[in-house]
Write a protein that binds this ligand. Sequence first.
Ligand SMILES: Cc1cc2nc3c(=O)[nH]c(=O)nc-3n(C[C@H](O)[C@H](O)[C@H](O)COP(=O)(O)OP(=O)(O)OC[C@H]3O[C@@H](n4cnc5c(N)ncnc54)[C@H](O)[C@@H]3O)c2cc1C
Length: 441
Amino acid sequence: MPAPLMHIETSPSLPREADVVVIGGGVVGAFTAYYLARRGVGVALLEKGRVGAEQSSRNWGWCRQQNRDARELPMSTKSLDLWEKLAQETGQDVGFRRCGLLYLSQDDAEIAAWAKWRDFARTVGVTTHMLSAEEATEKGKATGRRWKGGVFLPTDGTADPSRAVPVVARGVMAAGGTVHQHCAARGVELSAGRVSGVVTEAGTIRTKTVVMAGGAWASSFCHQLGIRFPQASVRSSILAVAPGAIGLPDALHTGPVSLTRRGNGGYTLAISGRARVDPTPQQFRFGREFLPMFARRWRSLAPGGLEGWRQGHETLAKWTLDGVTPMERNRILDPRPDMVQIRLTHRRACELLPELEGVAISDVWAGYIDSTPDGVPAIGEVEGIPGFILAAGFSGHGFGIGPGAGHLIADIVTGAEPIIDPRPYRPERLKTAAWGKVAEF
Ligand SMILES: Cc1cc2nc3c(=O)[nH]c(=O)nc-3n(C[C@H](O)[C@H](O)[C@H](O)COP(=O)(O)OP(=O)(O)OC[C@H]3O[C@@H](n4cnc5c(N)ncnc54)[C@H](O)[C@@H]3O)c2cc1C
């Protein structure tokens, strides 16, 4: 049950060599290739299925600074500007609008936490507005409820997950790069310890630089090179309703349920943070490292089943480069949605916003959200393998910060002045325990 996604045609033939090969056509890989191609770098973007078909089309579309961890906030702020520029640069609409994100609550502790974040954000030049009970009730009038308080950051926004990555991939090709769908990278070749090529199912590309932006597949891919990348994914289930409801906010978070207006006028409905943990070989391997994360989020997480094991993205198996790999067996990670959660989400949404009652459910899907132990992505060259740059573990925030992440990776690759301080994202930090460092969600 895939999420809605625009189809695009991509490049017909694989180059024999490239300055940079980007593995993974999600939001991170696509923006990386886009900013490289625009600088005249010869870049090939490889996607085993369809660009955007995994996490990057399955999300809510929130591009937010609100409640961001201090380590990610600069990337969020830059990304909002880059989203805005994208339409001018490509001449195509990715549905990005600074509509503001509205948070409403009846819970004093939650409101106090938002106020604390407001005070912190002010110190780094980000202004968010706490809402009094009257203001919150007015802004949330579609709910017909009285709210104790809320917060609203007007410069935050949403983009359309069903269009964004395909549009960026077209931008890559327009700028002189190539994009290859249905083309899995099987592995990386090294010569004298540094990257010398990428072996794909359609042949080898000679290159000195590879960016691994494979989302939930990154750790098992790194494992082939002896790189230890602690990564785990949880399965989140959401739904969309058809257009028809009127007078609803564009983007609303409440404890019971959240909603986001989609590009087609429908709405995405979800319960924030709620997900299932499907045990996999990789989860057992990195279980200890994820204890701080799971300890923090245990209220939202529920045990899952064998879905993750079956999908194969978190295998510990080693594969050869001359045979079919797990990435070719599973072109699109499309896990089964948790129908109990879907029904609960829909019921809560209709209770909160009765306007939704008369509108049909149009789509139901799930996605694996890949995370690092501290909830901050790993971005940077891997120690000991010159030319191998890791960019994964976006921990449920990667869509909104995709442009900033892609720009930063392009800066790292080309040796340009980085758009933001890259140090908080260094992969090496994951060698130490995450206790006390887990990002706020
Ligand atoms: C339900 C849900 C709600 C979310 N809501 C939000 C939100 O509102 N805002 C937000 O900012 N973030 C949100 N996220 C998180 C966000 O979607 C992700 O962080 C982001 O999309 C990750 O992008 P990515 O490019 O790293 O990975 P992906 O989008 O998963 O892309 C990785 C791609 O790499 C490909 N690939 C992997 N291995 C190979 C290989 N060897 N060869 C070729 N291709 C390969 C895969 O097929 C895949 O297409 C949400 C996620 C989910 C699931």
